[in-house]
Write a protein that binds this ligand. Structure first.
Ligand code: AHR
Length: 631
C-alpha cells in the first residue's frame, strides 16, 4: 500500500471510529429522584386449564380420566388387560355410579382369570405415570362387585419391561359402592415416566370402578395437592397474585360449559367435571378451594375472575333480571372466598376444610368481553359492579374491556405480540393517561418459540417489562400467559408457554427466567433515568428500595454485540465497591431451553467492581441484566 492510500485508510478508520466514540451510550440515573411508586403486586400469575395445565400439569393427580363415567371416550384412557388365558370386557355402565354427580362407571367384566393370569384395566396417566425411588404414592378408588370378597391387585408397572415398581392388594369389595384407599411404595427403582397403573383381579367376576386416583407426594404435603417441581418453579418467581380460573376457561364455549364454581367444590364425588374450551374435559380436581390453597401456599392473593354472562360461541345473558342469578352466583363465590362461619358460603368453605377466609381485593368481571358481538358488556359489567360495590365497597372491580356508564377501578389489557412488536411497544405506557382506571396487563407474551419461548422472546419480554416497571404507578399487576404446557405430543393448544413439563420433569423457558429476574429485583420506587445514544434494541429501567439501600438497574441488550454503557449515578453519597450483576444471555436469539436441555439458557450472578458513581459497564450480546447496587 502506498503512502496516500495508507493515510486514506487511517482517516477512514478514524472516521468510522469517531462517531462510535462520540456516541458511547450513556445511562444517567438520578437515584434520589423517585418518579413513581412501584406497585408491590406488579408480578403475578395467570392460569387456566389449557395445555394440560392442571390435569396432567400442576394438579398432582396421576390418573387420566379418573372419573371414567363422565365422558364416553374415557375408555381410551382405560385399555383392558388380559394376561395369559384370561378374558375381559370393559365398558361404561350408565346404570350405576358412586354418587348423584357421577352416575355412570367403568365396568370391568372378567370371564376368565386365575392367579397366574389376571385380568382388568390399566391407565397410562398423562403421557406416562412417573415413578421415583423410595416414594409413597397415595391411591384410592370407588368400587363394587358382583363377587363380594373379591380382591383387586393394584400395581405400578413399567410400559416396556413390565417391571413392577410397587404393588398392593385391596380387599373387601362388596355389592355396594365404597371408597377404598391404599398406598404404593417404591423401592430403589430408577426414575422413569413410562409406567402405568394396573388394576386386576385373579378370578372371573365383574367390578365397577370410579374415581380411581393416585397422587405422588405433593407441595406442602397437601392431600390431592400440587406437583412439587412446578410449585417450586412458581415460588422462585415470587408472584404476588394468581388470576384464576381463566381466560377462556372461565367462559367456556357455551354457557353450560362455564367454570361453574359450585360444581368444583366439596368431595370429588360431588364434582361432575366439565368440558373446557381447549378440547379436553376438566376433572375439576383443581376446584375453587384448590386454587385458593395454591395462592396460600405461594403467599399470593387471588384475583378472582367471575363468570359474567358471556361464553365463547357468542352466547350471552342479557343484563337485567336474566343476569341476576349469575350476579348472585358471583356474590356467593366472593362469600365462599372471604366469608366467616356466620355466612352461608363461608360456612361451606369451612365444611370443605378451610376455616380461615382468604384475602381478596380484586374481582374481575368476565374475560375479553370485547369479543361479545352482542355488545352487552356495558350493561353486564354495570350490574356486577353495582352489586359488588353494594356488598363489598372496598373491593376493586376489574373490567375486561373499556366500558361506558361506570368507571371500573381497573382495566385488564391483553397483548400477544411477535418479538418485533414487543420491542416496539416497550414505551407503550410511557405517555398513558393517568386519570382513568389503573391497568392490569392480565395476559401478555412475545409469541416466539414452541412449545416455550426462545431467547429472542425473552429479550423482547424483558424490554416490555422495563416499560411496565417504569409505569408501575399505572400498571398495578402483570401476568404472562399461558403459564404452562405439557410438552408431550397433543399436550399443547397454544404456544409459547412459560413453563414446560412432562410427567417426570419440568423446566423454565428463557422468558420464565426473565420474569424471575425482574420480580425478584422489584424495588419500591422508580427513579429518574435517561438512556442516551443507545442503539436500537437496548432498553433499561431503574428502581430502588430505599429501606434496603438497593438500586436495581435492569438493562436489556438485544443486539448481537457487547454493549458498553457509561453509567452516571447522581444523588447517592456512597456506593458499595462491589455490585451483583445477574445476566441471562445466549449465543444466538434462537437459543432456548427444552425438556431435554432444561438449563441451556439461564441467569448467572457475578460480582462486579463499582469504582464510583461514574463507571462503564458492558452488557453481553443478547442479554437480560440486573445490576444490583448497594448504597
Ligand atoms: O392465553 C390463552 C387465551 O388467550 C386466553 O384463554 C384468552 O383469555 C386469550 O384470548
Amino acid at each position: 500500500m502506498n503512502k496516500p492510500s495508507l493515510v486514506a485508510a487511517f482517516l477512514a478508520a478514524l472516521a468510522l471510529s469517531l462517531p462510535l466514540y462520540a456516541q458511547t451510550p450513556s445511562f444517567t440515573i438520578q437515584a434520589d429522584q423517585p418518579i413513581a411508586k412501584v406497585s408491590p403486586t406488579l408480578y403475578g400469575l395467570m392460569t387456566e386449564e389449557i395445555n394440560y395445565s392442571y390435569d396432567g400439569g400442576i394438579y398432582g393427580e396421576l390418573v387420566r380420566d379418573r372419573t371414567p363415567s363422565t365422558a364416553w371416550d374415557a375408555l381410551v384412557s382405560w385399555p383392558m388387560v388380559a394376561r395369559g388365558n384370561s378374558a375381559v370386557n370393559v365398558s361404561i355402565d350408565s346404570a350405576t355410579g358412586p354418587s348423584a354427580a357421577l352416575t355412570r362407571s367403568l365396568r370391568v367384566s372378567v370371564s376368565a382369570a386365575a392367579p397366574g393370569s389376571p385380568a382388568g384395566v390399566e391407565n397410562g396417566g398423562y403421557w406416562g405415570i412417573p415413578v421415583r425411588p423410595q416414594t409413597v404414592y397415595t391411591g384410592s378408588f370407588y368400587a363394587k362387585t358382583d363377587a363380594p370378597g373379591l380382591a383387586v391387585t393394584v400395581s405400578l408397572e413399567n410400559d416396556q419391561t413390565g417391571a413392577v415398581a410397587a404393588t398392593t392388594t385391596v380387599t373387601g369389595l362388596t355389592g355396594e359402592w365404597k371408597q377404598f384407599t391404599w398406598t404404593l411404595k417404591t423401592a430403589g427403582v430408577p426414575p422413569s415416566s413410562n409406567n402405568h397403573l394396573l388394576l386386576t383381579i385373579a378370578r372371573p367376576a365383574t367390578v365397577w370402578f370410579d374415581l380411581v386416583s393416585l397422587f405422588p407426594p405433593t407441595y406442602h404435603a397437601r392431600p390431592s395437592g400440587n406437583r412439587v417441581d412446578i410449585m417450586e418453579k412458581l415460588a422462585a418467581m415470587q408472584p404476588k397474585f394468581l388470576r384464576l380460573p381463566g381466560g377462556n376457561y372461565l367462559e367456556g364455549d357455551h354457557i353450560a360449559d362455564r367454570f361453574d364454581w359450585k360444581k368444583t367444590i366439596g368431595p370429588r364425588t360431588d364434582r361432575p367435571t366439565h368440558p373446557s374450551p381447549w378440547s379436553y374435559r376438566s376433572s375439576d380436581g383443581m376446584g375453587l378451594l384448590e386454587f385458593l390453597e395454591w395462592c396460600e401456599d405461594l403467599k399470593m392473593e387471588p384475583v378472582l375472575a367471575v363468570y359474567a354472562g358471556y361464553s365463547l360461541q357468542q352466547e350471552h345473558i342479557d343484563p337485567g333480571p336474566a343476569l341476576e342469578p349469575y350476579v348472585q352466583d358471583a356474590l356467593d363465590e366472593i362469600e365462599y372466598v372471604t366469608g366467616g362461619a356466620d355466612t352461608k358460603w363461608g360456612a361451606e368453605r369451612i365444611k370443605d376444610g378451610h376455616p380461615a377466609p382468604f384475602p381478596l381485593h380484586y374481582v374481575e368481571v368476565g374475560n375479553e368481553d370485547q369479543f361479545d358481538r352482542s355488545h352487552s358488556y356495558d350493561g353486564r359489567f354495570a350490574q356486577f359492579y353495582h352489586a359488588f360495590k353494594q356488598h363489598y365497597p372496598t373491593l376493586q372491580i376489574i373490567a375486561t374491556t373499556p366500558v361506558k356508564g361506570v368507571t371500573p377501578d381497573v382495566l385488564d389489557e391483553h397483548f400477544y405480540m411477535p418479538a418485533e412488536e414487543t420491542f416496539a411497544q416497550a414505551h407503550h405506557y410511557d405517555a398513558a393517561d393517568r386519570k382513568g382506571p389503573k391497568i392490569f396487563v392480565g395476559e401478555w407474551a412475545t409469541r416466539e418459540g414452541n412449545p416455550t419461548p426462545d431467547l429472542e422472546a425473552a429479550l423482547a419480554d424483558a424490554a416490555w417489562l422495563t416499560g411496565l416497571e417504569r409505569n408501575s404507578d399505572l400498571i398495578i399487576m402483570t401476568s404472562y400467559a399461558p403459564l404452562f404446557v405439557n410438552v408431550n405430543p397433543g399436550g399443547m393448544q397454544w404456544a409459547p408457554d412459560l413453563i414446560g413439563y412432562d410427567a417426570l420433569t419440568s423446566y423454565g423457558s428463557p422468558s420464565y427466567w426473565t420474569q424471575v429476574m425482574f420480580s425478584t429485583h422489584l424495588g419500591t420506587e422508580v427513579v429518574a433515568s435517561t438512556l442516551a445514544n443507545a442503539p436500537a434494541r437496548v432498553y433499561a429501567s431503574v428502581t430502588r428500595d430505599d429501606a434496603k439501600r438497593k438500586i436495581f438497574v435492569k438493562v436489556v441488550n438485544a443486539t448481537s454485540t457487547a454493549q458498553p454503557l457509561a453509567i452516571a449515578l447522581t444523588g447517592v453519597q456512597k456506593l458499595a465497591p462491589l455490585a451483583t450483576l445477574t445476566t441471562m444471555s445466549g449465543r444466538t436469539p434462537n437459543a432456548t431451553n427444552s425438556i431435554t436441555h432444561p438449563d441451556a439458557v439461564k441467569p448467572a450472578a457475578a460480582k462486579v467492581p463499582i469504582p464510583g458513581p461514574n463507571f462503564t459497564q458492558t452488557f453481553a450480546p443478547y442479554s437480560v441484566n440486573v445490576l444490583e447496587l448497594s448504597y
